[in-house]
Design a protein around this ligand. Structure first.
Ligand code: F6R
Ligand code: MG
Ligand code: MG
Length: 364
């Protein structure tokens, strides 16, 4: 059975500040998409939150980039933004950059990850959802899930994975993309995606049969808006088991924290903290950046789940390490390497501050 899984997310107002989502907004979105499921426009829908972002997980038969499905998500988020404005929540409507929906939410502010697949006899998928960071946060875990046999042992042991995976890497500065086949072109892949500020993994396919394996949202909100309106707080869909990495192989990269861009004012490096749904409220220095993992079994287009996959003491050590790293980085205050480099700060509000000093510079 052919089914499309679409995840569309946006920050339409924070509670309190940029830390969380008010329950009324979640209810509004749930009610709206629930009606669309009843009408039959969607097979199923589920609402997730991470930090101040709402993610709408939808299954349907309209394929990726469907004006109908994007329209549903847009209207649901618009309704939530209206509630956010009534409650005077923080940054109400901030990710809905346009007032007119024109058939596709891409370029309008919300982040999107979609994949069309033939639902297998059993189809376990994981939706990752992060706050206070950007899509490049997935580069390292996607490499470990689909190209590093020391993490994903299935690459060695499962015959269906033995031919490796192909990565689509997007150059966010030029908008061009390149396909690289693993393991043959592993070093080329790492040469690119190690540069997280410029190259972002968007799609992963299985080499043996071309099946889609993973899809990330790669919208760059700061570049879209022309002025800084926050990081894009990405989502990632990963298929698992029976020829794809096992659930545990997909989650394993998150057991050891690494540094991502984002955190306070989108201006810092910080460790990505894998947390339960309940803990996805970044409050220390607006962080540290968080990631949740929502597990679903698809059943004839229905979403069975979610299961809160990081709600597991096995990730306690990662969370503790995050706190240690956070202390070391916070010690740097506004100094690099905690703070981002000047080029990356161009996409924040800092240039407005520096403008004032410009006339006072002289040839030295
Ligand atoms: C980062 C983020 C927050 C805000 C910060 C300042 O992505 O959302 O860290 O940047 O709270 O917010 P404003 O400028 O709205 O006061
Ligand atoms: Mg916000
Ligand atoms: Mg956010």
């Amino acid at each position: 059975m052919r089914v499309t899984l679409s995840v569309i997310k946006a920050d339409v107002g924070g509670y309190v500040g940029h830390s969380g989502v008010h329950p009324d907004l979640i209810e509004t979105v749930k009610e709206f998409v629930g009606e669309e499921v009843k009408k039959g426009s969607l097979s199923d829908a589920n609402v997730l939150t991470c930090g101040d972002d709402i993610g709408i997980v939808m299954t349907h038969h309209h394929g990726p980039d469907s004006p109908l499905v994007h329209g549903i998500a847009w209207r649901a988020l618009e309704k939530a933004a209206t509630v956010a404005k009534e409650l005077k929540l923080y940054g109400a409507g901030q990710d809905l950059l346009s007032t007119a929906f024109s058939g596709n939410v891409k370029g309008l502010g919300p982040g999107v990850a979609e994949m069309e697949l033939d639902e297998r006899p059993s189809e376990p998928v994981i939706v990752f959802f992060a706050d206070k960071t950007s899509a490049s946060a997935w580069n390292l875990p996607l490499y470990e899930m689909f190209a590093d046999p020391m993490v994903c042992t299935g690459l060695v042991i499962d015959p269906k994975m033995h031919q490796g995976f192909t990565f689509e890497v997007l150059d966010v500065q030029t908008g061009r993309a390149v396909l690289l086949s693993m393991p043959a072109e592993l070093y080329d892949l790492l040469a690119l995606i190690g540069a997280t500020g410029r190259y972002v993994v968007r799609t992963v396919w299985r080499n043996s049969d071309g099946e889609i394996a993973a899809k990330a949202s790669t919208q760059r909100l700061s570049l879209l808006a022309g002025r800084y309106v926050g990081k894009d707080d990405p989502v990632l869909i990963v298929r698992t088991q029976a020829g794809f990495p096992a659930v545990g192989e997909v989650l394993e990269p998150f057991a050891q924290p690494w540094l991502v861009e984002g955190w306070m004012r989108g201006s810092y490096h910080g460790p990505l903290m894998p947390v339960s749904f309940k803990q996805a409220k970044p409050t220390r220095f607006d962080g540290p950046p968080r990631v949740i993992a929502a597990g679903y079994q698809l059943a004839n287009g229905k979403l069975i789940g979610p299961v809160d996959l990081f709600d597991d003491p096995a990730f306690d050590r990662a969370r503790e390490q995050v706190l240690v790293i956070a202390d070391v980085l916070r010690r740097h205050g506004v100094f690099e390497p905690h703070r981002l480099s000047p080029e990356k700060m161009e996409y924040t509000t800092l240039p407005q501050v520096l403008e004032k000093l410009e006339p006072r510079f002289y040839e030295a």
